[in-house]
Design a protein around this ligand. Sequence first.
Ligand SMILES: Nc1nc2c(c(=O)[nH]1)N[C@H]1C(S)=C(S)[C@@H](COP(=O)(O)O)O[C@H]1N2
Ligand SMILES: [Mo]
Length: 359
Amino acid sequence: MTEAHDLEAARAALVMINPAPYSAEAPPAALNDKITPAEFHYVRSNFALPVHDGTVEIGGAVGHPTVLTLDDLRAMPAHEHTVTLECAGNGRLDMRPLPTGEPWGDYAVSTARWTGALLHEILAKVEPSARGVEILAQGADHGPYHLDAILPDTDQDDLTFMRSLPLSIATDPASGILIAYEMNGEPLGSDHGAPFRLIVPHWYAVASVKWLKRIDVITEPYTGEFQTGHYMYEWPDRPHEAVTLMHPRARITDPAPGSVIGHGPYTVRGKAWSGTGPIARVDVSLTGEGDWLPAQVEPASSGYHWQDWSFTWDSNKIGRHTLRARATDAAGNVQPDVPRWNRLGYGNNAIGVIYVDRR
Ligand SMILES: Nc1nc2c(c(=O)[nH]1)N[C@H]1C(S)=C(S)[C@@H](COP(=O)(O)O)O[C@H]1N2
Ligand SMILES: [Mo]
């Protein structure tokens, strides 16, 4: 098979949002499983697929700069983390007025088993300088970037995808950050960052730099396009803020929106996740206006991925019903009733609603 054919096959099951650079949502049924099969995992890329030479350089303000190959990474202790990735733009289509940006519906979220070396162990080996404040991670992808219409003066002929993270987070074992080379037990596919990428649990997925090419320890906070231009909450009424941790969100996966089900007990199922703490509770509303009833929530394991929840809905009322689910995390963060609008349409975690008929 040709490479182009492989790519086409890998993309066949997804719901296209943009052909180039390629972005696509997971099919709705992908939310039913704990682990999203790789071919159903959403994709978000800001540039065309890059060529990667198979090495990553770790340098900047460090005592022992180094270059690592895939074999070097595989020679380190391997760690597997199941991680839910959600694009910060997920749910943008539900905001009014419609913000600028990729028109994501609600399926730019997926969960995979990522295997790789721990970033904090790699950083410990290169010995970051005491002056270091952030790490700057660079992808191999780059290209022209012409978005002046959205953000004035952002036109660039050749921009590279780069993101920074506080050094304190990058070096903290509890962050669970990987340089991952396997997804669901297989080598990473091209769309997901082959040969290796960062996986940053809890953060909106923009932090999980694909096609990882360099990591530099830097001594001043980074202010590049993908750090302080895009991926900022531009609130209408208060100072702008950086996009960081995922907001809590619950989704109903069964029954499907618009389905017709029988009367009697029905087990409503769904997923819930948050980057600011494990999900502490999910409540279900059967009226559309309140009366929240507690659902059963699967206990958090690693805290890096979505949790299953279920609710026994026993009703003999024939006709149209409204269902909503609302997640609360251990930090007390809860979903709002309506989207918190911001100009670039990030972080929408408003409570969703579905309609179901009982016959
Ligand atoms: N190098 C690079 N890394 C990147 C991106 C990119 O465009 N280039 N997109 C980011 C964004 S916005 C998201 S949502 C995730 C998507 O990861 P996935 O395509 O594996 O789902 O990758 C992140 N990492
Ligand atoms: Mo994203």
